[in-house]
Each structure stands twice: as structure tokens, then as C-alpha cells.
Design a protein around this ligand. Sequence first.
Ligand SMILES: *Cc1c(COP(=O)(O)O)cnc(C)c1O
Length: 334
Amino acid sequence: MHLKQFEKISLGFFPTPLVELSRLSHFLGGPKIFMKRDDLTGLALGGNKTRKLEYILADALKQGCDTIITAGAAQSNHCRQTAAAAAKLNLQCHLLLGGDPPLKAQGNLLLDQLFACHIHWTGTNRKGEDIPRLFAQLEAAGKNPYIVPYGGSNELGAMSFIDAVAELEQQNKGSEFSHVIFASSSGGTHAGLVLGKHIYNKTFELAGINIDKETNAALPFEQQIIQLVNSTAKLIKLDYTFSKDQLILNSDYIGKGYGIVGSQEKEAIALTAMYEGILLDPVYTARAMSGLIHLIRSGKIAKSDKVLFWHTGGAPSLFAYADDLDFSQSETAI
Ligand SMILES: *Cc1c(COP(=O)(O)O)cnc(C)c1O
């Protein structure tokens, strides 16, 4: 394996903490639950994209690019972290955001504006379909643009999660984890964890919780993850082929679809906040945590297990979901 040949720049603070959620575990009457706090990567309120950007933007700088283009939803954590990193690196940043501009910017969008990036609203083209056109326009204007893919999910992005498994390995002094659970959406985190698990000979069951319904994707999400695992393995000269029967992508918790908060997500946010003082985000981590809670309650994860929940960040979007997350009725009288 040749990971060292790929340069990385420092954008966050690593290792991120590994903590035990003993009160949540006790409440659920469940297994030991640990959390890898990638919500604390430190780049502009943190998240899993910080890891990916350390490899991806190193490549952009190496290629002498002066402008970054990426795409996402209005509340994209990926776009927020990319805009912050671009500000730090003196790169012009263009964000293509799906939908139409809201009347008032909140959450991640509010933060995007602070990083002085250029925001382009792309209507129904939510996954970067308009990138080639903007790329051509910027080139014609004399810029040297660099495309950061949707969610930072290419081989370089995935590689950062091989390092993340090494980091976890250093931190976990106790017994092996039986399960690693996380929110999966553009596949880079998933692909990197698959490779890290293989390279470091881990035995945990690696289960991504799918948070997004398929929308007109050229390739089904499972296939995208498998391809990314295999193309990343090839790039780092690792002799490994990953196939569909090895992939666990749990699509039982998608509810009404991407970014639509239901009672399960609300419960996951409330329990994690009130038992651990930790914030989940409504779109990704609350959905993944609701999956974990259900797997524990239904006995699919046993009391004797030892689970790692990989917190991938996202809490800035809580504020944009204030209307869906009104917990004021649950305030109790003294
Ligand atoms: C992007 C993101 C994910 C999903 O990671 P992928 O590598 O895109 O699958 C999960 N959680 C949060 C908070 C994210 O921003």
C-alpha cells in the first residue's frame, strides 16, 4: 500500500476524541456505545469533510489551482467546510447550491456567507450537474479552477478515512468494537472505512446508515460505494477487491427522504442531547443514531456488543431546522 505518496495539508485537529456514551447506553439498556467525535475536527464547526479536504485541497494546491468549485444542498456541511478551507488557503470558492435562495440564511448557509464564497443557486440540479458549465466560465475568465466532487467523495477523500481507522486503532485501548455505525450519503466515508477495516485487519461489522433516497443517480448508491472502494484500492496499489456481498448499507431509516425530519430523528437528537450533552444534526447523524437505537431495541445489536458510532458532524444545520425541532412542549414544570 502506498498512502504516504499522497500529500495532505493540515486543516483540522486530529486525533478527534473517542468518548464513551455511558448514560445513553444505560438508558437504552444496551451495549457499550462509543463515539468518534469527528464533529470536533475544528474546521469552522467541524465534520467529516475536513478529513477529506486535507487530501483533496493538497492536490488542488499541488496543481497550482486558484479557485475551488463544489456543490451541495443549501445546508451542506461539505460546502461549509470547503468554503472555510478555501478562505484559509486563499483560494476563491464557488458553491453550487441546490434549490432556491431562502428568505433568510441560517445554519450552514449563514456560515458559507461569512467565508465570502460565491454562491450559485442551481434549482433542481442538486448534485453538481452545473459544475462543468461554471468550470468553463471560470477558465474563460482566466482562472485555474479545481473541482471538489459532491461530498468530497473521490479516491483522495476516501483515503482520509483509511487514516481515520488508523487513528481509531491508536485510541481504542480496550476490546475490539463489534459494530461501527455511521451516516452514509456520498460514499467517501464508507469507502475509506471499508479499506481501513481491511488494511488494519479489523473484525467489526461496518454498517452505513443510508440517509438519502435514490434520486436519478446514474449508478445505484451501493455500486458507487463499491466502485470507490475499488478505485481507491487501485490508486494506493492495494491488492483488494470489494464486492456487493461485503457491503452493509442499511436503508431502513430513510423515512420520508433526505433532510425531512421525523419523530425518529427528533428522538435521537433529544436522547443524545439530554443523556450526553452532545449535539447530533437532523439530516445525517440523527438518522444514523435513530438506526442504532432501533438496532439495539430490536435486539439486532446485543447487550454484550461494543458499538462505535462515528459522529460525522453537521450540528450547524440544527438552527435551520428550528421549526421541525421545537422541543418546548417537553419542558417540564419544577
Ligand atoms: C457528508 C456527511 C455525511 C456523509 O458522508 P459521506 O462521505 O458523504 O457519505 C454524514 N454526516 C454528515 C454530517 C455529513 O456532512
